[in-house]
Design a protein around this ligand. Structure first.
Ligand code: ADP
Ligand code: MG
Length: 759
């Protein structure tokens, strides 16, 4: 290394000295120069920007521009410090006290000579309070030498300093924005950013800044245009490196062998198709063919199947599983909830009929077996299921997390299907995949929570994506209405009347509540997510619709619970109907009983928590009333209402809320009521979250390497980066001709790469 030159990989302790380096590392987690340089400013202020002193709050880390109004110092011989300096600063609207302790006469002189009344400066520190007054203790400060004494803090003064944009960094109490800024400045003076990792042609054709220039410009922008180009370039870095890494992953996956499972003409799959009571939609046929070809390949399929609720993903999964069974392998279907696993087991067994009755009287010749493994399967049934899975007698294995347990051993696991993948982490996917002998089973993940294209490309960048866009014909649209229970109680009355009407014409209904309502937090070994809301004290409920609920209580009142609502409905609005209850804390056998009874039409109205959110399929249910609807997320509401309108009768979803009109909560509900387009709604959902959260969730809490890239706003850029990166990687899979890019990917994605390896 050349003396006097700082490189990106250099530890901060070396570049800045042990003390500063350590402080930055502890506070910001930045160990190297490159990491500190990716700690981008949160915002910038132009030097004349006036900070409103009257808006300060205790605990804020602030930087203010103000004029020194008054300074006084006192000697305090009896104390451990020598003296106390008190400075009052003002922005002409409010005043703030600065407190300094000094130990030496020299320090007092410096204070008196720099903080001269009338001078303008910037002051940074954490707002604290002493005897009820706000103050900054030992703020960092920098006087503006060019400002005339007693200058008015006017826009004109602002303009004089406006040429320089001063960065404001995300800071902590120990490490101020100024300290970061100064450290960055020191580093920039000797930085050698090394060769540009982006290919020269790309930089040129997109008119991008070079790497070194971009790093300088994001920390020390000359003006806003300079800043904008820096951001553009650094976004390209993030997008391009991520997409290159993903392209490499895809190529590597394609190079690894997997057992091909080609279709056969006269197997169970063909028999199953012949038995289907309906015609597959064009989309189902097309996706089915794609998957069939994937399975026939000698490298593992990694496919994400997205499709609106009710678009018929399950049948696609079953057909894929049967192709694998025909080829001599086994397939596992992992479901996020017990209720869903049981439902899949029932419907797969029903749809297969004699094809699934291996070893039983009346079974088809080449029949296979279907095994169910959940946490609640009894000991004897479990033993027999485990044995069938081990010998291969069970070609199809359906289950929950219980499938991941060590004792579950497959004879020849060829395909892993993961239903409603948004409920699973990467680790769970891996655990199941590891059960294949060669670790390389084909993988199909399915989701009804639509993922915008860019998120699919980025978070699931190494999964090929298929989308079912149409619903099977004969489906009726779901009408959704907001029922403002607080201001229009008769609407709620009307809602219960609708439920009764539907029931009297032979239909069924769901009533969904945010919590269970029977005591302390559930201790759920299997599925803690099933009921997202912990139970609390019972709420007083008035569902009559006749008496307005106390509006003053809105927001304070406990969320409505299944148990309370069911009791109230039973005693009043829905008296005489057959009500059932379903929530995560019921014994699994009871859950199964309730779902069976509901499917069989023996229950008219099912009062439930979000256990029914995913996958539950009872076509005769036509109405859903969601209580305290504002407590659910947009995508969740969309999922929930997908439970009705699955048959030929039109579906109706009523979102009952106390949220007043024009509040954000109410607007979200109005948005859900206004569209059935899940993609649009999931965008809305994502827009309200930060990118980090989106990635964070997918990465199971790992730190995101994306700082500037916004998955929704930067769609075009990500798309272009993907195209360019894929081309580059196919021509040079190991990046031997692009060493700088290779190194930068490691630097930027060190943590991310770990995640990518696992997908
Ligand atoms: P999802 O995609 O939400 O998982 P499902 O696979 O549960 O949807 O399908 C919903 C319902 O539609 C099921 O009852 C299924 O049997 C039925 N179904 C699937 N495909 C078709 C089709 N092509 N025509 C008619 N009904 C279908
Ligand atoms: Mg489903």
């Amino acid at each position: 290394m050349l003396p006097g030159v700082t490189t990106l990989r250099e530890p901060l302790t070396r570049a800045l000295g042990p003390k500063t380096g350590k402080a930055l590392e502890t506070a910001l987690g930045t160990g190297t120069v490159g990491e500190l340089l990716r700690h981008y400013p949160r915002r910038y202020y132009t030097r004349g920007e006036l900070t409103d002193l009257s808006s300060l709050r205790e605990g804020d880390h602030v930087t203010v521009l103000a004029r020194v109004d008054h300074l006084s110092t006192r000697r305090m011989p009896n104390r451990s410090f020598t003296g106390l300096g008190e400075v009052i600063i003002t922005d002409d609207r409010a005043k703030l006290r600065l407190t300094f302790f000094f130990r030496t006469i020299k320090a007092e002189h410096i204070l008196r000579n720099t903080l001269v009344p009338g001078m303008v400066g910037m002051f940074a520190g954490t707002v604290s309070s002493y005897k009820g007054r706000l103050q900054l203790v030992h703020p960092e400060y920098e006087m503006l030498p060019g400002a005339p004494p007693n200058a008015d803090l006017t826009p004109e003064l602002a303009a004089e300093f406006a040429t320089e944009l001063t960065p404001v960094y995300p800071a902590t109490a120990k490490v101020s924005s100024w300290m970061i800024s100064r450290s960055v400045k020191i580093i920039l003076e000797t930085l050698d950013a090394g060769p540009d990792p982006l290919p020269a042609e790309l930089v040129e054709s997109h008119g991008l800044y070079g790497r070194a220039e971009a790093i300088r410009a994001i920390h020390r922008p000359l003006d806003w245009a300079d800043h904008k180009r820096a951001v553009q370039r650094l976004k390209w870095d993030e997008a391009f490196m991520l997409q290159s890494a993903l392209a490499q992953r895809r190529m590597a996956a394609a190079a690894l062998p997997a057992m091909p499972r080609p279709p056969i003409e006269d197997g169970i799959a063909a028999d199953f198709d012949a038995r289907l009571p309906f015609t597959l939609t064009a989309g189902q046929v097309a996706v089915g063919e794609t998957i069939s070809m994937d399975l026939a390949c000698a490298y593992p399929m990694h496919r994400l199947l997205q499709g609106e609720v009710g678009s018929g993903k399950t049948v696609i999964a079953i057909r894929a599983m049967l192709q694998v069974v025909d080829a001599g392998g086994q397939a596992a279907l992992l479901a996020p909830t017990e209720v869903l696993a049981q439902q899949h087991y029932r419907s797969v067994s029903d749809m297969l009929g004699p094809l699934a009755q291996r070893g039983q009287l009346g079974a088809a010749d080449h029949a296979t077996g279907v095994a169910l493994l959940t946490g609640s399967v009894g000991a004897a049934a479990r033993r027999s299921a485990l044995s069938d899975v081990f010998t291969g007698d069970a070609g199809i294995v359906i289950g929950t997390h219980a499938l991941l347990e060590e004792q579950v051993q497959f004879a020849d696991l060829g395909l892993v299907v993961i239903d409603e993948q948004h409920r699973f982490g990467v680790e769970q996917r891996d655990a199941l995949r590891a059960k294949a002998a060669d670790n390389r089973p084909h993988v199909l993940v399915m989701t009804a929570t639509p993922i915008p294209r860019t998120v699919a490309m980025t978070v699931y960048g190494d999964l090929e994506t298929s989308t079912l866009t149409e619903l099977p014909s004969g489906r009726s649209p779901i009408a959704t209405h907001v029922v403002p229970a607080a201001d229009k109680p008769h609407f709620l009355e009307r809602a219960w009347a609708r439920v009764k009407e539907e029931v009297s014409s032979g239909r069924q209904a769901y009533v969904v509540c945010p919590r269970i309502g029977d005591g302390p937090d559930p201790d759920e070994p299997d599925y803690p997510e099933e009921d997202d809301f912990a139970s609390m004290e019972p709420a007083t409920v008035d569902l009559s619709g006749g008496v307005p609920r106390s509006v003053t209580n809105v927001g304070r009142r406990q969320p409505l619970s299944v148990l309370d609502v069911a009791a109230t409905l039973d005693a009043g609005p829905l008296a005489g109907l057959r009500l059932g209850i379903l929530h995560g804390r019921l014994h699994p056998d009871e859950k199964d009983l309730v779902m069976r009874a509901f499917s069989a039409g023996e229950i008219d109205v099912l009062v439930a928590t979000t256990v029914i959110e995913v996958g539950v399929d009872v076509p005769n249910a036509t109405v859903m009333v969601i209580m305290d609807a504002e407590r659910f997320g947009v995508s969740q509401l969309h999922q929930l209402r997908g439970r009705v309108g699955r048959g030929s009768a039109p579906g109706l979803c009523l979102l009952v809320t106390d949220a007043p009109p024009a509040t954000p909560s109410r607007e979200r509900l109005d948005a859900v009521a206004a569209t059935l387009d899940g993609f649009q709604l999931s965008r809305l959902d994502l827009e309200q979250r930060r990118e980090g959260d989106v990635l964070g969730a997918a990465q199971a809490g790992r730190r995101s390497s994306l700082r500037l890239l916004q998955l929704l706003k930067d769609e075009d850029l990500i798309g272009q980066a993907r195209t360019e990166a894929t081309a580059l990687v196919s021509a040079d899979p190991n990046l031997t001709r692009h060493p700088a890019l290779r190194e930068a990917i490691e630097e930027l994605l060190g943590v991310q790469a770990e995640y990518l390896d696992k997908t």
